[in-house]
Design a protein around this ligand. Sequence first.
Ligand code: GLU
Length: 342
Amino acid sequence: MDLDVTGVEQAVSTGSLPDGERVEQLVAAAHERNRLVADGVVADYIPALASADPDAFGVCVVGTDGAVHAAGDVDVEFSIQSISKAFVYALVCEVVGHRVARERVGVNNTGLAFNSVVAIELNDGHPMNPMVNAGAIATTGLVPGADDAERWEFVGSGLAAFAGRELRVDEEVYASEAATNQRNQAIARLLASYGRLDADPRRSVDLYTRQCSVLVTARDLAVMAATLADGGVNPVTGRRVVSAGVCRDTLAVLASTGLYERSGDWLFEIGLPGKSGVSGGLVTVAPGKAGIATWSPPLDDAGNSVRGQRATAYLSRALGLNVFASADYRLSGPADEPRRNT
Ligand code: GLU
């Protein structure tokens, strides 16, 4: 696809969140109305994740003005898992640029499971997009650094800059996944066999496993999401982490691929880019306005947090965040249950 946009001056058009008191009320309501929802199952394919508390639930919104609005368990740490893919992708895009990211990793949905081997075979060895494991491992293979320590420094310090604080690795989760991630190792070797991985497969999987084991809270994730919403500047620390162009590219990828095989449903109902992970986290970005994060371990059959999706659906509607909405519209049912528009 050749789009002639060189030299076109870039303009941005966006609105703002309602006032802080209103956001505070709506975050509390998003938590309260979903806290007793009992659907979903805690992931156990990585043994160390199985012990997560199914009742834990936190909701946090951080505006691009740096204001934090929180309800529930927003300061409990859990491993970031797949949500790391979004932020490591942004960090790598900053280094390799738009064209290389698109060519080496890709931006198209596979329509298949996040850890699919078939998807690689069906696409001539192409990893397809950075939110499936193949693409995340290909992204990790592009991390700059002369050795493992330098590459880890790039990833670890980059994630910390997004969160605005030092983050540590959960060594138990790392060891548990490292001992059971044969499928990811197979994916990396398959990519390498097609010449689609720029680094050693074993090292790339190890770096990927380590990035997935970084401990975050829902509050951290909301700050990280708000940084993507704020054109790459962390609104709490004031520090630039990535460029505005990288944020735009990352959010475009999240919009089409962030919620596993339900990415289309998500965009249709919520109308915002997001990324979920198997430990129950979910980040959503309202460009120019805010980052939203939820944490609740029970997942639906696609791997997305049940309470997280409901709380975010509520906030997207109640805060007016759907990027496709151009006029007021009424819903025929409660805001957190997908219903037909009237
Ligand atoms: N580390 C996990 C894996 O590779 C992440 C899965 C996820 O959160 O989707 O299986």
